[in-house]
Design a protein around this ligand. Sequence first.
Ligand code: ADQ
Length: 461
Amino acid sequence: MAGRLVVVSNRVGDPRKPAAGGLAVAVGEALAASGGLWFGWSGKVVEQGDSGAMHSQQSGKVTLATLDLNAADHEAYYEGYSNRVLWPVFHYRLDLADFEAGFFEGYQRVNRLFARKLMTLLRPNDVIWVHDYHLIPLAAELRAAGCTQRIGFFLHIPLPPPLILAAIPAHEWLMRSLFAYDLVGLQSEADVEHFSRYVKSEAGAEPLGDDHYRAFDRQVRARAFPIGIDVNEFAALGETAESMEIRKTLHEQYAKRQLLIGVDRLDYSKGLPQRLRAFRRLLANYPENLKSATLIQVATPTREGLNAYADIRRELEGLSGEINGEFGELDWMPVRYIHRTLARRRLPGLYRAGRVALVTPLRDGMNLVAKEFIAAQDPEDPGVLVLSRFAGSAEQLREALLVNPYDTGATAEAVQRALRMPLGERRERHQALLTRIREQDVHWWRISFLRALEEAERAPG
Ligand code: ADQ
């Protein structure tokens, strides 16, 4: 790539430390390869005073530049507009969105602050890659401050259809902001379709073909770049002593049981109560699973300050208690619910011990757990992926057992089918899935996005 890479995301990770997943891995790697600047919020909230105190740290070839936010900005920009307006609406949950609380100004203010601070660090040939819903208006703010460098944006969460998006009072402003970028990357073809329909129906514009759109007096290129994982790195992680140890322990403990695995952030988009209800239906409808099928559900605490997250936690604890009370025996508990983050190096062992993975979000941009599960399997004796059709990854992972998580009975039936699937079929499906996640892995994602950004015609205006 010609210029220096500048990555901007809400949180900044240290590329030298083992990353917690997804974005941090992909971006950290891109930066570590070429060197560059990673800019974002420091994670620190100062109780008083202004936002904007800057910190800079060198990590190998990468400069990490971060800024602090004060409590009011953090509340309005991060907890408020990002996570109580954009996150729920983009996941189709209008019922959980809070449009009235006045977060909007804070979101604009912090994006402007990011732009102002970043401008002081930019060089003429930089290529800027902005990530995710917290920073949608960043390019427009940068342009207003005189930035002429190439700027690309990648949305990690789904883009909803126009009529859902239109529930956000500032939807037009948000979508107009996207046109300040040179390239907009989305996770799936469904998201691109929604983008295209929005441009037509709400902005009265026409797609120009070849992924280009013209609206709001500007032109932008929008395309799907489904994010992947580092398959080799993940498989190698599975060969570490710690991962083997977990696998061995689980094998011993559950020698006569069938393990089902769920690994998620504890978020209402992940469909966890629906998953537990489907598991309960499995036990009720297919009694041969009693004293055998065991669901290990690991759910990482996340955004705990928000009510919707406390509610989902309570619901989940209640449901697992009910299922264990109803079906459990002295020597068998059907649900093991763990409200914690597992160390990343322990994940492959857990996935590998699973006969079935339940990845059943109600809506998800991509879902990397599905891909990690595939990468961790033994190709000679692989487990089966039960995947929600509403995860972005369902467009690629057609050989998984695709389910509608709202349909409890049908999901239970698919899980039963997964548990009984003959070895030959398991191998065939796994082989096809593994090929797919290898073809479109995280390196492919990064390289194809950055290449498209480089090729994007610089829009006039
Ligand atoms: P997330 O909503 O966080 O990401 P996901 O894609 O599943 O969802 O990535 C989660 C990552 O965190 C995975 O690497 C997973 O291993 C790890 N993780 C999850 N729960 C864990 C646990 N309990 N313990 C340890 N690790 C855990 C957002 C979007 C997704 C999109 C990604 C990347 O919501 O749709 O796939 O960004 O673009």
